[in-house]
Write a protein that binds this ligand. Sequence first.
Ligand SMILES: Cc1ncc(COP(=O)(O)O)c(C=O)c1O
Length: 426
Amino acid sequence: MRTVSDLSELKAVNQNNVELNNKAEKGSAMSGFHGLFIPGPTNMPFGVRQAMDIPLEDQRSPDFPAFTLPLFQDLKKVFKTETGQVFLFPGSGTGGWEASITNTLSPGDRVLVAVFGQFSHLWADLCQRHGLIVDKVDVEWGEGVPLDIYAERLKADKDHKIKAVLCCHNETATGVTSDIAGVRKALDAAGHPALLMVDGVSSIASIDFRMDEWGVDLAVSGSQKGFMLPTGLAIVAVSQKALEASKTAKCPRCFYDFAEMSKANKDGYFPYTPATTLMRGLRASVDTLLGEGLDNVFARHNRLAEGVRLAVDAWGLSLCAKEPKWHSDTVSAICVPKGFNAAEVIKVAYHRYRMSLGTGLSKVAGRVFRIGHIGNINEIMILQALAGSEMAMRDVGIPVEAGSGVAAAQEHFRATAPKIELAKVA
Ligand SMILES: Cc1ncc(COP(=O)(O)O)c(C=O)c1O
């Protein structure tokens, strides 16, 4: 029997499809779902959507802390921190960057940051706009944090002028994952006290991330990727060392102030109106992640990503990520052959096959299209993304063999699927 929420879900899906269909080829009445294969916003689990289909609530009610305090605690498990504190700001990943910088640094402070994609570029730019001195290391797009250069710079900085080391854990523009444990080693080898700040917007809750073990001081995430929610929350985990730094940091801040937030959060409340509906969704998302088990979540992402990588090989194409050590398990940026425009592939996929692929950003615009394999996604959805990509590539004349990528991924998924004994299942 259908429940009321099933029906409202169906109504919402239909409405969404009507709108997407209207935008797509006029006159063709298509059903089914529009495929969302961008690296965020990601596909929301039904249970998460249901958890947010509720009346608005009183954020100052006596029982609100019974909801918020356990949520803060459980979020720490996702970041793998026991000693850190997690803040939930209305905002997005960009707001999380701003919170991390303005709470812990002062204008004129020096930060070390490697730029190897649009998001590492934007974070460096944000630092500059806040009056910090940015020691920028330009790295070829397709590579990640250069551990050797970081180690040299830190060793050479005898006076400890560098106050923070910034790393984009997963550069979403190029599909590159960096070695954060390696950065911690470089800091320790140099005996350097700089804060370690990590952009985990497209890694946390999807790829292995260990805040305490790696000595991360600020870990920034947002709600719309691994947490499988709508955009609207900056989720920032902060170490005790960073909280201490925030007591003397002089960058102006108001909305993203750790101290104000901490004071109210201690009792389960907020200094201003919190995004209560998103937080209800976040509760369901954290339950889903912890219920699956973080290690299983990471393994699922790796398996799906591997299927995409095998498809790319079968197509005879290459990833933007230059070496396997940089391969991202949440997003693959796929280079189209010279003479072709990746934007055309994306456009054709959108209009002819009703699916969204990630676009190439900035330096790699037109050169790559991206498949997001992050969040609430499984092997059949990946096959759908690969099939649509294949069709769109062939439509624009890219000589990939029909079915080749899909077949490569299928065989990988078959070989790695859980074994079942047919006699024992109903
Ligand atoms: C790695 C990374 N950092 C930061 C951001 C910025 O986050 P937001 O768009 O939520 O502000 C993004 C967005 O895609 C991202 O992928």
